[in-house]
Design a protein around this ligand. Structure first.
Ligand code: BGP
Length: 492
């Protein structure tokens, strides 16, 4: 028997997370090529309701893609602007260091390293920028948790090869991985090949760069074929890290949809099992257990999906499993065998609403206890170390005239989630790190706005990219500083 834990381990990693396409900006500077995320557009003058209507009901279309390929401006393309981290990173890092941050998660932009994805040589300016950034993190005592692909692939790989539909993309990704692991591996503490592996299923453009109206009835088939190619690419990435940096852990990540049966009716429970398998477990089962789970056969059969595998794919996936698992956690949802259950928005999906929970302004249901449930479920199943790669609250914060931002709601949200994470530690779960998402305000991934703010640091930019881009510490910044200093004992 082990000894009962009473709180967070001494080396617990308190972190913050961003992603290049939502933060960096500088979309065409220093040799960077256009990426798939540089193509998503928004009219920044729209109201909240207009933006939500577009976001919820209009998946990225072929017409939007074609327009974006011809347009090299930034006015309608918020992800080309980000929060300008590319030019502000030194002062941002100072703020991170002053609060005692222990872990910084960001992603490498593939099109900053290989502007077209298929270039003969990498872009030295891209490598140099990441070396400077990661080295500076280490100088401040901050460990780096680096995502290799957070949705943005070089657009040329889509127009020329069809993106993840084509196995050639696995080769290009492999070369990109070899390059970044060789060039940056000494400065990376944790590697994460793919952000939210299950995104391809729920947000095809983000996850697997598929345009829904182009694929028509073939969409499901294409999604799972692309996902298979990503599983192979993921296994190659693991293999490369293990070969070149054997000391560095490499992990997997999903957007975790914690799922509760609506009632104790057996039918609802069966539904909850299936929802969990198809939305969550499938992805972590492949990455951690190294094989497609048996329950997917029936699902694929029902959807008429046939995955084309090549010889060696299954062996590669089996031989290269992850060292840790991580996930984003924002909400929970209800599973029911009934039709017509009330819906609400959630990260990447519309979810069945839980009457026991409150929602954010964007409809995501707040459920700290679901985080403890999730941690227990994932640890029970895999026994692997766990990291919460994203958690946080998106709200419309207000910058006061004196430069303060009062966000007691965010402090409340974080406190409750961290409390539940501590309970999970006492439950015996091996959770080693926690990263607040959107650590400094950035462009949201779904609605593409600055006004949905997650940060403990405020960035003075609006939905049209107007503003000073100055950074201001919110009340939650000081709160998190105390949390870190006390290793999670002082939650205010
Ligand atoms: C996750 C993504 C992040 C992030 C977050 C919040 O799916 O990995 O990139 O944006 O969700 O979502 P949103 O920005 O849509 O509020």
């Amino acid at each position: 028997m082990g000894k009962l834990k009473t709180g967070f381990p001494d080396d617990f990693l308190w972190g913050g997370a961003i992603a290049c396409s939502q933060a960096d900006g500088a979309w065409n500077e220093d040799g960077k090529g256009k990426s798939t995320q540089d193509c998503r557009w928004l009219d920044g003058s729209w109201t909240h309701d207009q933006i939500e209507e577009k976001h919820q009901n209009n998946p990225f279309s072929k017409a939007e893609f074609e327009a974006a390929l011809l347009d090299d401006g930034t006015e309608y393309y918020p992800l080309r602007r980000g929060n300008d981290f590319y030019h502000h990173w030194r002062e941002d890092l100072d703020l991170f260091a002053q609060m005692g941050l222990k872990l910084f998660r960001t992603s490498i932009c593939w099109s900053r390293i290989f502007p077209n994805g298929d270039d003969a040589e990498p872009n030295p300016a891209g490598i140099a920028w990441y070396r400077e950034l990661f080295a500076a993190c280490h100088e401040c005592g901050i460990k780096t948790f680096v995502t290799m692909l957070h949705y943005d692939i070089p657009v040329n790989l889509v127009t020329k090869y069809g993106g993840w539909k084509n196995r050639k993309t696995i080769e290009f990704f492999t070369r990109y991985v070899e390059t970044i692991v060789e060039e940056l591996g000494d400065l990376v503490d944790f590697w994460l090949p793919f952000n939210e592996f299950n995104a391809g299923r729920f947000a095809p453009w983000d996850g697997v760069c598929l345009i829904a109206d182009e694929e028509g009835d073939n969409l499901d088939q294409q999604i799972f074929q692309c996902l298979h190619h990503q599983f192979v690419a993921n296994a190659r990435a693991i293999q490369i890290v293990h070969e070149k940096c054997p000391e560095t852990p490499v992990g997997g990540m999903i957007a975790r949809f914690c799922t509760y049966p609506a009632t104790c009716r057996p039918e609802d429970n069966m539904q909850a099992l299936h929802d969990d398998q198809y939305a969550n477990w499938f992805y972590t089962d492949v990455m951690a257990r190294g094989a497609y789970p048996a329950y997917m056969d029936r699902y694929f059969d029902k959807l008429g999906i046939e995955i084309q595998m090549e010889e060696g794919d299954e062996e590669l996936i089996a031989a290269n499993t992850v060292d840790f698992l991580s996930f984003s956690y924002y909400f929970s949802q209800v599973a029911t065998a009934d039709q017509g259950w009330e819906k609400t928005a959630g990260n990447l999906v519309m979810a069945n609403k839980n009457p026991y929970l409150e929602s954010t302004e964007w409809g995501w249901q707040i459920d700290p206890l679901g985080l403890r449930v999730t941690l227990n479920q994932m640890y029970d199943r895999y026994g692997l170390p766990l990291y919460i790669a994203e958690n946080g609250l998106g709200t419309a914060d207000v910058l006061e005239a004196d430069g303060s931002v009062h966000d007691p709601y965010r402090i409340d949200y974080l406190r409750k989630h961290i409390d539940c994470m501590r309970e999970a530690v006492i439950d015996g779960v091996d959770v080693r790190g926690y990263m607040i998402w959107g650590f400094l305000d950035l462009v949201s991934c779904g609605p593409l706005t600055m006004s949905k703010r997650y940060g403990v640091i405020y960035v003075d930019l609006d939905n049209s990219g107007k503003g000073s881009a100055k950074r201001y510490c919110k009340d939650s910044y000081y709160w998190y500083r105390s949390c870190i200093a006390s290793n999670g004992a002082d939650l205010g």
